[in-house]
Design a protein around this ligand. Structure first.
Ligand code: SAM
Length: 224
């Protein structure tokens, strides 16, 4: 289903330029685009050298803004490919006056352009599209091509925290983590039955909880 383009989207994106790196998609080949390095300078963006956590596929930003409010000693980067969606997240962060969040409006494939190797302490993958059809496996955000990309961006001992409602996708992800040399440290197959303190509920998580669906969660560590 095609989403209605938000009113004045370009002007609204421009108004968020202070907290968002916009998608420069002049180079259509994503591999080439990823090679055109334009690393973000975290010290300049955030004014400090606190650890950086990154959410990939942040949607409307409920999770990252919630986390940023709870963890003021962490800097957050939130990535979303759809401008029409990330604008809600950016405007939400601006309304809250958050200084420890920066957004990147780009497909995850292009992230190596902006993210320096070994500079991220934790990656969050929340309710990533499961893309069940076999032909789309390479687009899944836990496909080995993305896991290898995160591994290069993660600091020594860095982690990925994943939540999903889709058991098949979860099992696929666990297999991908092992294939790519991540150490699987936590696996939870029913988050409601085994809650953990500090869980920030995402937009999709709330919807799935209301539908009574099980939420799956994993924590994996880059192998050091
Ligand atoms: C199902 S939504 C989940 C949104 C949010 N994380 C939540 O839990 O409510 C998945 C989001 O990931 C984004 N996404 C999917 N593939 C992506 C990619 N390759 N790069 C960046 N964002 C992506 C989609 O546009 C969508 O907003």
């Amino acid at each position: 289903m095609r989403m209605h383009r938000k009113d004045n989207l370009d002007a609204r994106l421009a108004a968020c330029a202070d907290i968002m790196t916009g998608a420069d998609l002049t180079e259509k080949n994503m591999k080439k685009a990823a090679e055109m390095k334009a690393y973000l300078d975290y010290a300049q963006l955030f004014g400090n050298v606190a650890p950086v956590h990154m959410e990939v596929g942040c949607g409307k930003g409920g999770f990252v803004t919630g986390m940023a409010q709870l963890h003021t000693n962490v800097n957050f980067i939130a990535v979303e490919k759809v401008s029409n969606v990330i604008i809600t997240a950016c405007e939400g962060a601006k309304a809250l006056g958050l200084k420890n969040v920066h957004f990147i409006n780009c497909p995850a494939e292009v992230l190596p352009r902006y993210i320096r190797p070994a500079s991220i302490a934790r990656v969050y993958l929340n309710f990533s599209d499961p893309l069940p059809k076999l032909g789309y496996a390479a687009q899944r955000l836990t496909n080995p091509r993305f896991l290898n990309m995160y591994a290069a961006m993660l600091c020594r001992g860095g982690e990925i925290w994943q939540k999903t409602d889709n058991e098949e996708f979860f099992d696929y992800s666990l297999q991908s983590y092992s294939e790519c040399g991540f150490k699987v440290e936590e696996v939870c197959r029913d988050l409601a039955a085994h809650p953990f303190e500090g869980n920030v509920i995402t937009e999709h998580e709330r919807k799935f909880m209301e539908e009574g669906r099980k939420i799956f969660r994993a924590v994996v560590r880059v192998n050091v």
